[in-house]
Design a protein around this ligand. Sequence first.
Ligand SMILES: Cc1ncc(C[n+]2csc(CCOP(=O)(O)OP(=O)(O)O)c2C)c(N)n1
Ligand SMILES: [Mg+2]
Length: 566
Amino acid sequence: MGDAGFHTGNPATDFSTELLTELVRLGVRHLVVSPGSRSQALALVAAELERVGAVELHVRIDERVGGFLALGLALESGAPAVVVTTSGTAVANLHPAVMQAREARVPLIVVTADRPGELRGIRSNQTTTQPGIFGAAAEFVGDVDARGGTDASAAARSLWAAAKHGPAHLNLALRDPLSAAVPDLSLLGGELIAESSPSRATVGAKRENGTTEVLGPGPRTIVIAGDKAGERAEELARAGGWPLIAEASSGSRFGPNLVVAYRELLAAADFGGAVERAIVFGHPTLSREIPMLLSRADVEVIVVDDTSTPDYYSPARRARRAASVELDASVDPGAPEARNWVGRWVFTSRRLLAAPAHDTRATELDGAELRDNAERAAYLRGELAAAREPVTRRMLADAVWRFTWPRDRLVLGASRLIRELDGSVTGKKITVHANRGLGGIDGTVATGIGVALANPATGVTRVLLGDLTLLHDVGALLRAPGERMPPLQVIVGNDRGGTIFAGLEVAASAAPAAFERVQLTPRDVDLAALAQAYGWEHRCAATRGELDQALSAVTPEPTLIEVPLA
Ligand SMILES: Cc1ncc(C[n+]2csc(CCOP(=O)(O)OP(=O)(O)O)c2C)c(N)n1
Ligand SMILES: [Mg+2]
């Protein structure tokens, strides 16, 4: 960096200063740090960068939480987030987040402190084989010695470049003395921010130009948008006059061609059975019907994806990959045939989803239309009864969706609720995230908090998850005193265990006691006490009325909303 004034003569501190300041110059805005001795120089430089306003620092005791927090920050911002750990098992705790980042192609930079070469391979305390520990999950692995003459700025640039495609890992060997007093970086602070221009556009960039497929009106076509597909799926569906299947976290779940009841329709001979061509964006994971359709020999499958990644979504290995698609001039979404095809899907889907009576009462019955008092009283009784109805999964999904607006963020856990929501909520242009890369139930609360912290708008972030998914990530409720926390609601559908398994074949074939013991795994945790212990507000919402109240009561303290489900 050539900032000679910032040199202390201590290699650990000087390397850390140069590495982290260069990452900030490149556009890093969030650092996540866990405490440790070997990593102290990195952590202390991070604290100085926070002090001078160059970054936002997030401190987490548990590295697994830190990893997922960084993942959420990167997922929402689109720019790499950096997570720093000490040596030993601390490093392995990042593995789930690194795997998820790999599969979902989230830019994550991992910097792990290690012992130098002379202390490796001799059973020194807290020493293991850290380089390559993430295996194939890391896009880039660097193993450098802070005193070995490696240019720290160049290391930062390598990490930044690699992170555009997934997780990048720098393992840094550090020797005693493990730190010196960190120089005052305040002069650098303003300069760093002025120089850097973090931008979403730089991440996910293509390594090479792939092929563009030119599509004609052609056969009966549908567009499928899986996780992280982005808006281009909706654009293509509209421009082509084709039905759009857009999963909840696709970023394409809106527009006139959206087909919500797609699982039912794909299974029907005159809908799914009639499809001849499918254009796929993103990573579909929520249904069996989509891979079944794409495996069929009579369906042409074009997957739009970065053509330089080793693998791409290809059920039965039948899909053809294209870097992008374009429509030729003969495609006319207004042509009678196209209108008929898309219209059938959209209208049948709407009919299938026709809302249950209570859902529509309030909008259909305008107070002014009520002719007399008796009718009004009957209406109010009906409304009261509706407000007292116990919450169902469908109701919960609908309510959370209804309360979410463009400035808000929605983070969906794995398991039943995301599927319930995916199969029922109508189109709305809002930002939804889910860790669909590997569909893990781990790290969901931490990911949600990362998303909330990176949301540039001032909206509410809502995390919707199951009870086991919450209990898996209880550690993420632990906050650092004084750290900023944007408006946040963690909404847990408490059905006592992993009830998704009750819908699988195993529920019928296994002995009930064994099924409950090792699959369902219900737990008795007092969530109110849990929330209190971690300084969260707790609300129980058992009825529709209570749920609406809880979702609209956004407080400065993060809230755990517990929704008992049958
Ligand atoms: C890390 C991880 N471990 C295990 C699983 C397997 N798994 C999938 S869903 C599930 C149960 C989730 O239970 P809950 O959060 O209560 O949701 P519900 O099924 O009740 O909707 C489990 C254990 C997983 N996906 N990820
Ligand atoms: Mg459950």
